[in-house]
Design a protein around this ligand. Structure first.
Ligand code: AMP
Ligand code: MG
Length: 420
């Protein structure tokens, strides 16, 4: 059971409408994991919903989550998607109600504790319950907090840190979660609930895919700010645990919440440094100026970063092709090259290291859509192939050129639908 802010509006009793926690197990590494079914039928929190899931959205969670894992980004994992053999009714935009094949996803997660879980516990007014929840979260996810002077504040700090790191990793690969409600933000720092998410192709901070996100609340460029907003809600929920007096608690929480920006920027700097093959952060504005250039010229995020290793190897042609005005890139590249001048490593070594962090293959929206449509019609071959490609994202392979390119302009704009 959990509560949560959905698009900024608080719902006191959400719980999961179609997910069933089967139990926990300890994996080969000694980590405790939840095993969860999604789409297994109505629950006491299903409200008007049928508790079911269609095969398309469950396979979407499978392929995007597995791609995220292969990219080195903390995430819940898909163990399997199993067709139920039942047809379920779903509203398809522009078409109306259609029967779709039903499916159940088996999901593995470090846990299903969410910001919304703490909001729910806080709303009961039972501070002892809230403390037991926090102690459980410390034990399960952030054990170092147990020995801190103020363990609950240390837990909060650990969640702020884990989310700052996670969001920096999303931003680096152009991932747009699409529905960053407080009930979709974990305490563990894993990405959870792949609904209307998608990877951005042409870099732009205002990129939104979800058909219900009219205001662009969860746009690509808003994600760090929204994460901090959600963490403010977590602080509110945990407040009675932080200190003896409300004033002290607010002061302590505010300090930690404010540290999100600095933590996020530190993670961004570290991630972007490796993406650009630098041994240090580089001159002020180097990364921001590149991103602004990409946004101004509609450059594909994934292709651009991948192409930079070729520039290091001495071949700038492929990168130039991505820009309508390549001269602007050259001006930027002169600063970037200067920042690399003191790097003692051989050029090939730098370029290879960049290729290990800048993927060739991400789940391209048009390919995901085509694979899910085929799967819904009973042909799993395109889906299996897509999973194979995106779970080995850094190694360029022959014959996979189509997987490395964005959709043609007439296939845009891409929209994702929440009718899951
Ligand atoms: P999500 O956007 O996936 O985080 O879902 C938000 C809430 O809606 C969760 O409590 C889901 O379990 C619930 N939900 C989504 N689809 C259904 C459905 N078909 N039946 C019941 N509950 C659902
Ligand atoms: Mg959810």
């Amino acid at each position: 059971m959990y509560a949560g802010h959905q698009f900024g509006n608080y719902s006191p009793r959400l719980g999961d409408g179609r997910a069933l926690l089967l139990g926990e197990f300890v994996d080969d590494d000694g980590s405790r994991r939840d095993l969860h079914l999604k789409g297994s039928g109505r629950t006491p929190f299903a409200r008007g919903g049928d508790g079911n899931a269609a095969v398309g959205p469950m396979l979407r969670e499978y392929v995007i989550g597995e791609a995220m894992h292969a990219l080195g980004i903390p995430t819940t994992r898909a163990l399997a998607v199993v067709a139920t053999g039942q047809q379920i009714e779903r509203e398809v935009p522009l078409v109306g109600e259609v029967p779709l094949p039903g499916a159940v996803l088996a999901r593995v997660a470090a846990s299903h504790l969410r910001v919304g879980t703490f909001q729910y516990a806080a709303a009961t007014g039972d501070t002892d319950l809230l403390a037991r929840l926090a102690a459980y979260a410390i034990d399960r996810h952030h054990p170092d907090s147990a020995t801190a002077e103020r363990p609950y504040l240390a837990l909060y700090t650990a969640v702020v840190e884990a989310q700052a790191s996670l969001i920096a990793r999303w931003m680096a690969v152009g991932f747009v979660h699409g529905v960053m409600n407080t009930d979709n933000m974990t305490i563990s720092g894993e990405t959870i609930d792949y609904g209307p998410c998608a990877f951005m192709d042409r870099h732009h901070p205002r990129t939104v895919f979800s058909s219900i996100d009219h205001g662009g609340r969860y746009a690509y460029g808003n994600q760090p700010g929204i994460a901090q907003w959600n963490l403010a809600r977590l602080a509110e929920a945990m407040l009675p645990l932080f200190a003896d007096t409300p004033d002290e608690a607010v002061a302590a929480a505010t300090d930690v919440l404010r540290s999100f920006k600095e933590r996020y920027e530190r993670h961004c700097t570290a991630v972007m440094q490796t993406k650009l093959g630098l041994t240090h952060a580089g001159p002020a504005g180097l990364v921001d100026d590149l991103l602004a250039l990409m946004a101004a010229q509609g450059v594909d995020h994934t292709q651009l970063f991948r192409s930079l290793s070729d520039v290091v190897r001495g071949d700038v042609d492929g990168t130039h092709e991505l820009f309508t005005d390549p001269a602007a890139f050259d001006t930027w590249a002169a600063r970037w090259t200067a920042a690399r001048a003191d790097d003692p490593r051989p050029v090939a070594e730098v370029a290879d290291a960049m290729d290990r962090v800048n993927p060739v293959y991400i789940p391209r929206n048009h390919l995901v859509e085509a694979a899910l449509t085929a799967a819904t019609d009973g042909d799993l071959a395109p889906f299996d192939r897509l999973v194979q490609v995106v779970t080995n994202p850094f190694e360029e392979r022959l014959g996979l050129g189509e997987y490395a390119k964005p959709a043609s302009v007439d296939e845009l704009p891409y929209r994702t639908f929440c009718g899951t």
